[in-house]
Design a binder for this molecule. Structure first.
Ligand SMILES: *Cc1c(COP(=O)(O)O)cnc(C)c1O
Length: 514
């Protein structure tokens, strides 16, 4: 740790000496110059160097941060500095105090949750967006921000072979949300208001949503925010017989029962690539049921949607023609830095009817004449970042073919890991691998009291506490399962091999200790 000299001021507050000197110098000059182009050039280069060095040395950090809760308060002062400090001192603090508390999602040895990709293109796009720093809530606030977003979302709709109804040239279109959680919330609100316009607002407590018990908890949160009856957010049972996909029969029966009791089914959320085990709900069959019963049909492909730009994986979204809305996170597995969640709807007017406002201070000719998209009416907040820049840069600098080979490489590495697990009789692959996630567990010794749940929890802790890799877990059919999700941009086969070696070694140690 650097030893910084400190100086006592009259008010009893203690500030670092260098800050005091800097401030005096600054006071003599013109005061704060917070956006000086030459300073940006100099310090921007320094920051890029710092980040490039980070990536060069990323494998030297523990992947999962090993700090204890509250660690940072002990390292930072009680109040904000009164006077300016130097970038170098701040970077020193980043190195010494912040990085130990960072979990390195971009590490090649990161196999936890789902990936959250960064890339040079995504980074540059973020940088440009930060540089322009516009707030593009309506077309006039930066026409390029709105128009680029519309175009890039149409491009991707085409790459995913979404049906024409999802293009902006018809009644639908795409929009960039922050996260999949916001995406499902806005479509749920649109669907809610659409049905309430038909049956009357007093029917709110009777509205029913359907999804499988594998559906992301974001849906439940959206139901809470939408003021829906929490007991009518039906999470229908799945099991290993369908590989945890939602059964159309189970859905049909639930809808019939609810209608028989006078309730109003209105929303179905299917998932392509569930969070636990990448289960794929059968979109065609579910979509037909949704259509027959006039439900809004939302497809959450937050993680797996990226794979569907490859022709050989596109069939996982067969049936998306039936959907009213479709979502994929470009920030997960599509080399676009967080956050960038892509949402398409077939009927944009449904979104706009739920989310538009038109205060005097935002009125302008283009909006009044209805010749433009005002994305503020497609989302919760007013303000919005120029997120399409980074997605556009990713598409331009890598091309769809580059992205396809990127995805394929990860899927091959996951298949390779699955093979390794299959070769060790002490382990078992649980649920078939579909994309780049392998669910597996260490088999418990005979007569194990907890059926191996503690064993696998202990194994996970042992493996993650090495700091060399980071993997996470889930529970399927009551069993504690380990998840190995390939998807970090720097991951190579040698990282997969190393992780498997650590898992095997820790398993040996654990089994011997029993
Ligand atoms: C990651 C994920 C989500 C949540 O994503 P956010 O963008 O963080 O809200 C929702 N659904 C699925 C299937 C996911 O994989």
């Amino acid at each position: 740790m650097m030893n910084i000299p400190i100086n006592s001021l009259d008010d009893g507050k203690v500030v670092p000496l260098h800050s005091f000197l800097l401030s005096e110098k600054q006071m003599e000059g013109k005061g704060l110059m917070p956006m000086d182009a030459e300073q940006l050039r100099e310090q921007g280069h320094k920051m890029v160097d710092f980040i490039a060095d980070y990536y060069k040395t990323i494998e030297t950090f523990p992947v999962l941060s090993q700090v204890q809760p509250g660690y940072l308060r002990k390292l930072l002062p009680d109040s904000a500095p009164n006077y300016p400090d130097s970038l170098q001192h701040v970077l020193n603090d980043v190195q010494e105090k912040i990085l130990p508390g960072v979990t390195h999602w971009q590490s090649p040895n990161y196999f936890a949750y789902f990936p959250s990709n960064s890339s040079v293109a995504g980074f540059l796009g973020e940088m440009l967006s930060a540089g322009l720093n516009i707030v593009g809530f309506s077309w006039i606030t930066s026409p390029a921000a709105t128009e680029l977003e519309t175009i890039v979302l149409d491009w991707l709709a085409k790459a995913l072979q979404l049906p024409g109804d999802f293009y902006s040239t018809g009644q639908g279109g795409g929009v960039i949300q922050g996260t999949a959680s916001e995406a499902v919330l806005v479509v749920l609100l649109a669907a809610r208001d659409k049905i309430l316009r038909k049956v009357g607002r007093s029917a709110l407590p009777k509205l029913v949503t359907y999804a499988s018990d594998q559906t992301h908890s974001a849906l439940q949160k959206a139901c809470q925010i939408a003021g829906l009856n929490p007991e009518l957010c039906r999470l229908l049972n799945t099991d290993s017989s369908t590989n945890y996909a939602l059964s159309p029969d189970v859905l049909s029966e639930a809808i019939s029962n609810d209608m028989a009791s006078g309730l109003i089914p209105f929303f179905l959320c299917a998932t392509v690539g569930t969070t636990s085990s990448t289960a794929v709900d059968p979109l065609s069959a579910l979509g037909k049921i949704a259509k027959t019963n006039e439900l809004w049909f939302h497809v959450d492909a937050a993680y797996a949607g990226s794979a569907c730009v490859c022709p050989e994986f596109h069939h996982y979204i067969d049936g998306v023609e039936e959907a009213d809305s479709f979502n994929m996170n470009a920030h997960k597995w599509f080399l676009t830095n967080f956050d960038c969640s892509l949402l398409w709807v077939k009927d944009r007017s449904a979104l706009i009817q739920s989310l538009s406002t038109n205060p005097e201070f935002l009125k302008n000719k283009a909006s009044q004449e209805n010749t433009v998209i005002d994305y503020k009416d497609w989302q919760i907040p007013l303000g919005r970042r120029f997120r399409s820049l980074k997605l556009w840069m990713v598409l331009r600098l890598y091309g769809l073919e580059g992205l396809r080979s990127y995805i394929r490489n990860h899927i091959e590495m996951a298949a390779y890991f699955e093979e390794l697990v299959g070769q060790d009789a002490r382990f078992k692959v649980i649920a078939p691998r579909t994309f780049s996630l392998v669910c597996f567990r260490l088999l418990p010794p005979l007569n194990s009291a907890d059926h191996g749940n503690k064993l696998n929890r202990d194994l996970l802790d042992l493996v993650n506490s090495t700091g060399n890799v980071f993997i996470t877990h889930t529970v399927l059919s009551g069993e504690y399962i380990l998840r190995f999700a390939v998807g970090a941009p720097l991951t190579e086969r040698r990282h997969v091999n190393m992780t498997w070696q650590i898992l095997q070694d820790k398993a040996t140690a654990l089994l011997e200790s029993l």
